[in-house]
Design a protein around this ligand. Structure first.
Ligand SMILES: C[S@@+](CC[C@H](N)C(=O)[O-])C[C@H]1O[C@@H](n2cnc3c(N)ncnc32)[C@H](O)[C@@H]1O
Length: 237
């Protein structure tokens, strides 16, 4: 049975339990870790509801949370398997200090549910992914759709533009060898996510020509994009 179906989700004050799809999607990526003594880092603690959820989801796991401002919740402070630290997700020295103290061998799972701002998410992602996520570990990025919202600090409404409504003209363009860039959305989290697609394409991106040789493989085993949730699985060692 999927792990989330074994828990009483009404016990946790977090929006992760408000939308059934959230845990349904996590279940398939997290299943292999459920019985393991994993180390999980979550960026963004708020009231601590998700720290308690992960504590119960992974009965042998150590849960680490960081936030700009930690909640004053005594229940959390008493928890042996939960460690909370106050700091900024873009402070890479702080992130490394936390990682080296609790998970010197690396985290199995990292979840970014903090700012949902592309530039900040990118800094945490590359620092933690490269230095503090184990091989075959999973990095989850939440709420990437904020990049489409005008009322989000770095989001913007998308104005799609069709290059031509005439299919024949488009086909003709290809025959003539025109190499136009696609018109697409690059704001905030959406723009950052598209950079991750480039990383997944590293073998083709670094070979340049059909006949060229790739100079390196992608660091990603896979990237899975769902509405509001992205799962990046790191290559095995
Ligand atoms: C969506 S809430 C986290 C919700 C929590 N994970 C849950 O499921 O209940 C986002 C949290 O990220 C924190 N946050 C925002 N920007 C941050 C930053 N730059 N560094 C660290 N934490 C940040 C906020 O203080 C807030 O508590």
């Amino acid at each position: 049975m999927p792990r989330s179906k074994e828990l009483n989700l009404n016990c946790y004050q977090t929006d992760k339990t408000a939308h059934r799809y959230y845990l349904d999607r996590c279940d398939s990526f997290f299943q292999e870790f459920v019985e393991q003594p994993i180390k999980l880092l979550e960026l963004g603690v708020l009231d601590g509801g998700s720290s308690l959820l992960w504590r119960d989801y992974f009965p042998h796991g150590t849960i680490v949370g960081i936030d700009l401002k930690l909640p004053d919740v005594t229940e959390l402070a008493k928890e042996e398997r939960i460690h909370l630290f106050e700091g900024n997700q873009v402070d890479t020295d702080f992130l490394s200090k936390v990682a080296n103290q609790i998970a010197p061998e690396g985290f199995d799972i990292i979840i970014d549910d903090a700012s949902h701002i592309g530039a900040l998410t990118k800094i945490s992602f590359w620092h933690l992914f490269d230095n503090h996520l184990k091989p075959s570990g999973v990095y989850v990025i939440e709420d990437w759709g904020t990049g489409y919202w005008d009322d989000w600090p770095d989001g913007k409404t998308f104005q799609p533009k069709l290059s031509s409504s005439n299919e024949q003209e488009n086909v003709q363009d290809i025959k003539l060898g025109f190499k136009d860039s696609w018109h697409n959305h690059n704001y905030g989290m959406v723009g950052f996510l598209k950079e991750l697609v480039d990383e997944q394409g590293a073998e083709d991106l670094t070979r340049g020509l059909l006949s060229g040789r790739p100079t390196r493989k992608s660091k990603f085993h896979s990237i899975t994009i769902n509405p509001s949730l992205v799962f990046v699985k790191k290559n095995a060692a």
